[in-house]
Ligand binder design. Sequence first.
Ligand code: BGC
Length: 374
Amino acid sequence: MNTTKKVLLATLAAGSMLALAACSGGSGGGGGGEGDGGLIGVAMPTKSSERWIQDGDAVKEQLEEQGFQVDLQYAEDDIPTQVSQIENMITKGAEALIVASIDGTTLSEVLQNAADAEIPVIAYDRLIRDSENVDYYASFDNYIVGVQQATSLLAGLGLTDLEGTEAADAPEGPFNIELFAGSPDDNNATFFWNGAIDTLQPYIDEGTLVVKSGQTEFEQAATLRWDGEVAQSRMEDILVSTYSDGSTVDAVLSPYDGLSRGIISALTDAGYSVGDEWPIISGQDAELDSVKAIIAGEQYSTIFKDTRNLAAVAVDMATALLNGEEPEVNNTSDYDNGVKVVPSYLLESEIVVADNITEVLVDSGYWTEEEING
Ligand code: BGC
């Protein structure tokens, strides 16, 4: 764990203890909604991706440690289901809502109902757009995540190191690269894309990187609902349309491990095999199967976002709000949801490649050696 994280965790732990002390000491057995067993609604997008299960578990566990009851719901990426789950939480008397949205633009009405009932709302990981009724936002620095994804590709190609410093003996290229983006209804997707493209563009401009398919627009690269099968079939189409002339793909920008797995399947089906001709592929979330794919040489990198820390930020925000305090934030400029700039706490992410899996993922207790090698 790096120093910033240690400090952050210590701060969060201290904050949580203070909140607990305030609850047990201050409420005199009465209500006040201060961690006294009140209900908190937690809405997560889907169980189809491992990271959201980790998030949901961590948020629930940490809220329960604070004495809250938790209504944790997953919506299987179906927007009406998520809306009705949140509606139910309001009806059940939730005192706060923590919401990781499916489509960041579809919750305005239900959040108005939450506001009418004076229920504070914390956007979790994904910004909720087009609503004034989003009180705080807990996330990672999503632009930097995109920078890290692109930098890992440059490093994998030998053009830079993992910090982005140009390599002295950088190959000239040109290298063929193909670009994938996340779901267009997820506010994070454009942040990842912008961070990545800003990093790759100089290399595209000088001709070191070539997007051979010509598909360089976000709209062309976007993958609705972050669906791995959609990415797989787009990669298959690109391989047929662009690489049937004997040329090969050298790198693929993928913003999420689930998309990377689809891309890997398309490559394997097209006859690519791990070795010299196998492209450098990025990812995100350090999902177990993808960590194994990194060890197997199929995927080059992923971005680790420690869901335990994100949960701690969201839980701390909720606790502070219910205690009538102001949650801690570290960004009040970047996350404009179309109606207002939502005060945010942004955590740091880390690039994971084969060499630092043990240091970043095992030593931090995120995955065990057995899970990774099993
Ligand atoms: C999250 C990513 C995740 C993606 C797909 C994004 O909103 O920030 O961590 O890979 O959704 O689930």
